[in-house]
Design a protein. Sequence first.
Length: 452
Amino acid sequence: MPSHPIAETVASLMPRAKAELTELVAFKSVADFEQYPKSESEAAAHWVADALRTEGFEDVALLDTPDGTQSVYGYLPGPEGAPTVLLYAHYDVQPPLDESGWTTPPFELTERDGRWYGRGSADCKGGVVMHLLALRALKANGGIPVAVKFIAEGSEEQGTGGLERYAEAHPDLLRADTIVIGDAGNFRAGLPTVTATLRGMTLVRVEVDTLEGNLHSGQFGGAAPDALAALVRVLDSLRAEDGSTTVDGLDSAGVWEGLQYAEDDFRRDAKVLDGVGLIGEGTVADRIWARPAVTVLGIDCPPVVGATPSVQAGARALISLRVPPGVDAAEATKLLRAHLEAHTPWGARVRTEQVGQGQAFRADVTSPAYEAMAAALSEAYDGQQMQASGMGGSIPLCNTLGALYPEAEILLIGLSEPEAQIHAVNESVSPDELERMSVAEALFLQRYATGA
């Protein structure tokens, strides 16, 4: 770390940061209230609100968004004439998946091998703490030189659009000169990176029915149309032989110009098993940042344990389609639904339903705010130059903010480097990354305020 008063202050605050992240991770704030109680998310929202009040924020409020969740807002006035910066993170998290796959309990922050493990530690409760650390470091070293708006979303992982719709209905609330989205991360731990693009996404549920009810497979199998088999054929139609995504009418030939992702590095980061090949063609960067990618997220069908010898009357699946910048997510949704319906075999009845959607995003990394961030990251990372990468994930709010505030600069940083394993079991955050990125954000706010 550089020898700088900001860096020294952040270092001194790290024990407090760990204690706070421990408290925040303990909330099971999954914004799917069929899986986890709504009270867990509400408690996490109150924690964030209390933290903002402690830091002197005004107008702190729990915003009831149209999807039934809460986002936390606060405003901290700055010096007269200072620019306004919006700091974003989200406190909701992905479900822990199979808790038996976690080495330590997912909702207990646990230090192991130099990392802090727990659901949301990197994505994105760690982002909430990162913002707080940066602001505290500035307060201890001459004060915060900008006006700050803080927004912590409560349903980002669900893609249900609550905050987007709330912002559209209250267009002045989040207005800012620059927006720092703390929900991305470095290309690799220790390599300072901003995210230049995000893929958009759509979620579609498909349901196939063939019979009035299940039938004995011995008596009727071979002639009775099997809904599960029909669904498997539909899902298989979404991929070419090499695994590339193939949705009728959707361009899948994009090329990524810029920072590349070595295949060996990707295999290691993704923990691909020995002897198993990667899917698709082109460079890894092409495949994960510049092209659409379909994923079957889940299938409703009988589990193996307890299965009976039956021809299935119905089956359904949830499908995610990621789309690169330049592809309209609404049009991609139409194409995906049409593809599913066209490729359903045997005249089976098929129904599709869109359950989530977000547009892709492309940032202008040549803007003045990015220049200030480049200098801040370089200083925080001992002279290393800032890199710009893509990110295959989606943050739908970015496009909403970009449309509402076209003059605002939007920067994407965060703690989700490959070792963090966000959305997977054993998610973790590097405390060194948390410390450096907090320093970088504080230095950025200083530079941005002065135009340096």
